[in-house]
Design a protein around this ligand. Structure first.
Ligand code: SF4
Length: 171
């Protein structure tokens, strides 16, 4: 005779008389860290800080072709209050640097920062009087993406890597 589904058995069994195997089917045991990190890693909300050509590649990554939503990161926000993943895509000049810092400060914790492309990572070939030589001079960076410009696949790889790191972190 086949067993009734676990939910049906749970409905028919008087409270306090559940058999151990029934409990095994109905109870999930985990740690708080796992639950919180599971939610965080699957619902990253990016805010793009796009200043130059790299921003166009970021647009490609949210298009239907590359489909960033497969990784739960499709809710692009333009308010730092609603975002937890900043993607700095492009050259940052000294004039823009205080604005980047202010937007970073306005994001709630926990937050993650991606430097996309060589310009954001190190100034790239703009080694001149007006260009910030890497955004890590003013804000902490969690992930650097190489390339000029990096392809959308690199952005997806960054998100997957960050998710892996996130799931191992303390919530
Ligand atoms: S890294 Fe290359 S593509 Fe990206 S902003 Fe700099 S010059 Fe443009």
């Amino acid at each position: 005779m086949s067993k009734a589904p676990a939910t049906e058995r749970a409905r028919l069994t008087p409270v306090g008389q559940e058999s151990p195997d029934l409990l095994q089917d109905s109870v999930v045991v985990t740690r708080m860290d796992e639950v919180v990190n599971w939610g965080r890693k699957n619902s990253l909300w990016p805010i793009p800080f796009g200043t130059a050509c790299c921003a166009i590649e970021f647009m490609g990554s949210v298009s239907s072709v590359y489909d960033i939503s497969r990784f739960g990161a499709e809710l692009v926000r333009f308010s730092p209050r609603q975002a937890d993943l900043m993607i700095v895509a492009g050259t940052v000049t000294y004039k823009m640097a205080p604005i980047l810092k202010r937007i970073y400060d306005q994001m709630c914790d926990p937050k993650w920062i991606v430097a996309m492309g060589v310009c954001a990572s190190s100034g790239g070939f703009y080694d001149n009087y007006c260009t910030l030589q890497g955004i890590d001079k003013i804000i902490p960076v969690d992930y650097y993406i190489a390339g000029c410009p990096p392809r959308p696949e690199s952005i997806l790889q960054a998100i997957v890597d960050l998710q892996g790191r996130l799931s191992r972190s303390k919530a």
